[in-house]
Design a protein around this ligand. Sequence first.
Ligand code: GDD
Ligand code: MG
Length: 363
Amino acid sequence: MDAVQAIVLVGGEGTRLRPLTYRTPKPMVPIVGVPFLVRTMERLHEAGILDVVFAAGYMPQQITDYFGDGSQFGMRITYAIEETPLGTAGALKNVAEHIRGPFFVFNGDILTSLDLRAMMRYHEEKGGVGTLHLIEVEDPSPFGCVVNDAEGAISAFIEKPPAGTAPCNDINAGTYLLEREVLDAIPPGRPVSIERETFPQLIASGKRLYAYRTRDYWIDLGRPEQYLAAHRDVLSGAMPLIVEPGLTGDGAAAIDRNAIVEPVHVDAGVVIDPTATVGPNAVLGRGCRVGAKAIVRGSVLWDDVEIGSGALVEESILASGVRVGAGAKIGAGSVIGHGVRIKNGAQIEPSSRIGGQTAGASE
Ligand code: GDD
Ligand code: MG
């Protein structure tokens, strides 16, 4: 199965991550300084899957600018841009001409340590038309619930079951390995959901879909709380990725350790006043500046963010170019969009969302 291709679904609007996604499409949202989609590409590369189709639609330019034809990643990337969203199966049908044999499908917003080669072996052993990666969660209601038996045969797929009604705790983890014939089951020319239409139909028509259940690290980055949780997990080492625990990053050498409560990751050009307190669990992008006696903890700052003296930022996400005035307080769970200026002494309520499509607002 060495010629397996991959389709990455990156067409969603990322509504639950607004205002971040007004200016940055979800796959380009940084995880510890690197666009999140790069992590998926690294896993594909590791597994020898080098022929990849991006099914995009929302703000595709930033994706194409960054990844180009894929050659700098040692891969070949083809783009299919949807003028109107075709849904998660319609997007696959739309790129059918590029697909020659079995292919992986990735939801573009998943961070996981799933071993793709092992999943390919399992798929071959089982011999179904598709294999779905499943993860067990406490509450399946925000996900697709997938009923499967001891042999892994899938008997039902229930997308977003109302709370308390899910028949099991195994959920669709957003990675599929499908035989090409699955594309024949998708009607052309209209939006189709693979979760609500295609999978249930395949099951009803007696086609065999198998569950590949693992206990890998797994997180859907679609919501701010999960985005912050993913960073905590990367910094603590729970997600086996890139950074070592401690004070890390290209900017680490220039930082006065008295200001740091580990783990903290700082990119190049970060300046932290020695009397500030940064961390635990803080990620500061390129060129961020933190003033005297300011406190930044449990937060992710994208590039070029400035925190004024005596300001407090807790459990929040600040997009690039945000300015937090002296003495201002950003309540936990807030998300501040690109270029927003928070006035000196402002008190931002917990869980605030500030910044619109035309970012740069003042508060
Ligand atoms: N190209 C394209 N076109 N991509 C799309 C479209 C579309 O019309 N709609 C959604 N996508 C992409 C999104 O960008 C995302 O990468 C992926 O498809 C899944 O969409 P989400 O909007 O993130 O769905 P979800 O998180 O509510 O649910 C899905 O993921 C869960 C796991 O995280 C479902 O697949 C669930 O069954 C699953 O449990
Ligand atoms: Mg999602």
